[in-house]
Design a protein around this ligand. Structure first.
Ligand SMILES: C[S@@+](CC[C@H](N)C(=O)[O-])C[C@H]1O[C@@H](n2cnc3c(N)ncnc32)[C@H](O)[C@@H]1O
Length: 237
């Protein structure tokens, strides 16, 4: 274990799903790579999944979810910001809509290379910014984005099932008034109280926080999702 052991507090544990009972009850940590090494780690793609550092980063059973998130993020057209390219499943769906521009931020260099190949062939202008969103987001103007889709991957223990929380204040800043924010929610049925609190602390009005449920069918051996639904956030600035 390379990283310092993190103590699992009440808020952190409240976001860990039911099926992670063993993890919830243990003091063990599971992320044992250095965040910076993610950039140069080898990305192994198959037709059905993407693995980095032995972690299942993306699997194609998520396709119906990516389709719904793409529909939500592109619902206003205009400029779409996507964080995390992965297998490019959501990116492909986004390009089916009448958008003006697609900005992709991706941290892993193998994956960013795929994103640049995708950008060359894309129907709508597509720009790839390579690096962690935490470093690249300053290159996106405030109040300039019509839709944001955030789907990265936890690169630190404290981000497990809640890596979107740190991004919420940036989502609020970067969206135009009326812009739409959606993301891989890690919620099965509804937003938890902590989740709603974080959204409101970032600036979103409770009246503008909505969602739909997407049905999914993960294989039994899927490491990160064991439910038949995932919440698709529809959040307006
Ligand atoms: C779950 S995949 C994205 C899946 C994508 N929506 C799709 O449909 O295929 C997550 C991606 O986020 C990237 N990533 C992880 N942490 C990141 C960060 N902090 N900034 C930017 N990209 C990140 C990973 O390298 C990976 O390519």
């Amino acid at each position: 274990m390379k990283n310092k052991i993190m103590k699992k507090d009440k808020d952190f544990l409240s976001q860990i799903p039911e099926w992670e009972k063993e993890y919830k009850n243990s003091e063990d940590n599971v992320i044992d790579f250095e965040k910076n090494d993610w950039k140069t780690a080898k990305a192994s793609f198959s037709d059905h999944d993407l693995f980095i550092f032995g972690c299942a980063v993306m699997e194609d059973w998520e396709t119906p979810y990516m389709k719904d998130l793409a529909e939500i993020v592109a619902s206003r057209g205009g400029t779409v910001l996507e964080l995390g390219f992965g297998m490019g499943i959501s990116a492909k769906f986004i390009q089916n809509y009448d958008i003006k521009k697609h900005i992709i931020i991706e941290a892993n260099s193998d994956v960013a290379k795929k994103a640049r190949e995708f950008a060359k062939m894309a129907k709508h202008e597509t720009v790839v910014l390579e690096g962690f969103w935490e470093d690249m987001i300053k290159d996106v103007h405030n109040n300039s984005i019509d839709g944001i889709l955030f789907d990265t991957y936890p690169l630190a223990e404290k981000e497990l099932y809640q890596n979107h929380f740190n991004f919420f204040p940036f989502a609020f800043k970067k969206l135009k008034p009326g812009g739409i924010f959606t993301y891989y929610s890690d919620e099965v049925i509804k937003f938890s109280d902590l989740h709603l609190k974080k959204l409101q602390e970032a600036g979103f009005n409770i009246k503008n926080i909505d969602s739909k449920l997407t049905k999914v069918n993960p294989p039994l051996d899927c490491e990160y999702w064991k439910a038949s639904t995932i919440l698709s956030p529809i959040i307006r600035k």
